[in-house]
Design a binder for this molecule. Structure first.
Ligand SMILES: Cc1cc2nc3c(=O)[nH]c(=O)nc-3n(C[C@H](O)[C@H](O)[C@H](O)COP(=O)(O)O)c2cc1C
Length: 181
């Protein structure tokens, strides 16, 4: 089974993106094993590399060790949240020592709005491409979160939604199998 490091770009306890990630984890049972990265990191500061924060060292080790990465990102003001971007930036440095190159990556995200994080995902994709990851091109899943679709424990309550999200997970498993390192 492939190990997936999951980046949920929200720190709040009742994050819909965390609930959505838990739903994906349940649908991935037996195919992919999810580990959740701790993104409650200091803001990126180049000066801190002289004595790097333990959480940053752990995160970089986890990225390197993972078979694949899954971003589950909210959208803030038609962009990606600082929490998500901060983690991407920490993983990319010190210069020449990026943890990202060659990693197989999937992107998704949830919002209550109808465009379901499309803009945030697009901007995140741009950063991950320049970091030489293998970003899965499709299917794109811009998830409009509604409480009647997923309960608080991450159970998908609607068969069509479960089928659709299972398709995304199967594609991700295939992608990580082909391009994971
Ligand atoms: C600062 C801020 C900006 C937001 N901007 C957007 C936005 O551009 N597009 C959108 O769909 N939702 C936007 N939202 C609403 C979020 O989608 C919503 O708060 C969502 O629950 C955040 O994800 P989380 O529950 O995982 O924390 C914004 C929320 C905040 C706090």
């Amino acid at each position: 089974m492939k190990n997936i490091l999951v980046f949920v770009g929200s720190l709040r306890a009742k994050s819909i993106n965390r609930t959505y990630a838990h739903a994906l984890e349940k649908l991935a049972a037996g195919k992919l094993a999810f580990t959740y990265a701790d993104l409650d990191l200091p803001l990126y500061n180049d000066d801190l590399w002289s004595s790097p924060p333990a959480k940053v060292v752990t995160l970089k080790d986890q990225i390197k060790a993972a078979d694949g990465i899954l971003f589950v990102t909210p959208e803030y003001n038609r962009s990606l949240p600082a929490v998500t971007k901060n983690a991407v930036d920490w993983g990319s440095r010190p210069f020449g020592q990026s943890a990202w190159a060659g990693k197989a990556v999937g992107i998704t995200g949830a919002s209550p709005g109808s465009i379901g994080t499309a803009v945030a995902q697009s901007q995140l994709r741009s950063s991950l491409v320049i970091l030489e990851t293998h970003v899965m091109g499709g299917p794109e899943v811009y998830f409009t979160f509604k409480p009647d679709l997923i309960d608080d424990d991450g159970n998908v309550l609607n068969d069509k939604t479960a089928q659709f999200l299972t398709g995304f997970i199967e594609k991700l498993a295939d992608w990580v199998g082909r391009y994971g390192s």
